[in-house]
Design a protein around this ligand. Structure first.
Ligand SMILES: Cc1cc2nc3c(=O)[nH]c(=O)nc-3n(C[C@H](O)[C@H](O)[C@H](O)COP(=O)(O)OP(=O)(O)OC[C@H]3O[C@@H](n4cnc5c(N)ncnc54)[C@H](O)[C@@H]3O)c2cc1C
Length: 319
């Protein structure tokens, strides 16, 4: 119930306008956001890299409302890719299709994605398309498949969500195409006609899907993460849930996969202890580093994931 309310608020413009005016909200959000500017985020990436952890940079933004803004968002993403190359950091980028115009005009979004991927391909930097709420899944997968065919799996990857019933079928198709996949549980509120309402089922499906990803990884010749940490392996396990991580590590052993054939992904500001312990065990770890002024929906989804964060949010009011 609380989760649904927070997810609703994350998409409500009136709430965004109120909350982003509160300085204590910005302070609370800074736990999860690497700063307003690309330089702030690059400093975070450099510190992660020094600890043997890779990154994926996200210039926050979604549901861009007009073609000019979508064009500018794509230009900004191209500039990030160029900076990653110039700075030599171990990072890729994560993007949302509604950030670059999917909400405005599908062909504009495709053109913007094309421009981004031309630069990414030329500089060998990996771009991951985040998965948004269920109304976007079909279009996102369709645009991804076209891009995969054109630019290849070392340039572009995708995200799937274990809370959706459809994901097993999507995963099977994507693995057959050799796609590199980030598996997460899913961060939006979805109706029970299309998504598991119970967390236990989402978790059980996550484990099953991770096993399928590992099988697909073997079938695709077990590609390893690139030496410079920029191009991920096929399966990326995006979770802070220790049980899911323990389960997947057991599978890695049973399937005799090299550690470099899988990757663990977590969010900036969450379970840094776990990030560091996995990296010290020799597993590739990648941290999602969001930055920018459009922090409101991202931050509210982080509150929705963990009600205890609400107290953390409110406590900032008194600091
Ligand atoms: C790298 C990465 C990329 C992602 N990309 C997408 C995407 O493209 N689309 C999408 O729908 N979702 C995405 N997500 C979000 C994901 O779907 C989940 O909502 C989120 O990761 C919480 O689920 P969990 O697997 O960590 O497990 P949970 O069972 O929710 O949490 C397990 C434990 O993790 C910690 N934890 C989890 N969330 C928080 C939090 N917000 N604050 C503090 N502690 C927390 C707590 O200790 C908690 O007990 C992404 C997640 C990661 C890590």
């Amino acid at each position: 119930m609380l989760r649904s309310i927070l997810i609703y608020l994350s998409q409500a413009n009136w709430a965004r306008q109120i909350v982003t005016r509160w300085s204590f909200a910005r302070k609370a959000a800074s736990r999860f956001i690497a700063g307003e500017e690309l330089d702030d985020a690059l400093n975070v990436v450099k510190a992660l890299n020094a600890n043997n952890i890779n990154a994926t940079l996200d210039h926050l933004g979604e549901h861009t409302s007009n073609p000019e803004k979508a064009l500018r968002a794509a230009d900004d993403i191209i500039a990030i890719i160029e900076r990653i190359h110039q700075e030599g950091v171990r990072s890729g980028v994560s993007i949302k299709l509604t950030q670059i115009g999917l909400d405005v005009d599908k062909s504009l979004c495709e053109e913007n994605l094309d421009r981004i991927l031309e630069t990414a391909h030329r500089l060998s930097i990996f771009v991951r398309i985040d998965m948004e709420d269920s109304q976007w899944v079909d279009k996102t997968l369709q645009i991804f498949s076209q891009a995969l065919e054109k630019f290849g799996s070392e340039t572009i990857g995708i995200v799937l969500q274990s809370y959706l019933y459809r994901t097993k079928d999507d995963l099977t198709n994507l693995l057959a195409a050799g796609a590199r996949i980030r598996m997460c549980k899913g961060a939006y509120a979805e109706p029970e006609e299309i998504a598991f309402p119970d967390k236990a089922d989402v978790d059980a499906n996550f484990d099953q899907l991770v096993d399928l990803m590992f099988e697909g990884c073997t079938r695709n010749g077990t590609p390893l993460i690139s030496d410079n940490g920029r191009i991920p392996p096929i399966p990326a396990i995006a979770s802070h849930d220790e049980e899911r991580i323990i389960f997947s590590k057991r599978l890695v052993e049973q399937r005799e996969l090299p550690k470099q054939a899988v990757e663990y992904q977590m969010l900036h500001g969450i379970r840094r202890d776990l990030q560091e312990s996995l990296a010290s065990e020799g597993y590739p770890v990648r941290v999602y580093v969001p930055y920018g002024s459009e922090w409101y929906p991202y931050f509210t989804r982080r509150l929705a994931e963990r009600p205890a964060n609400l107290w953390f949010f409110i406590s900032n009011l008194f600091r």
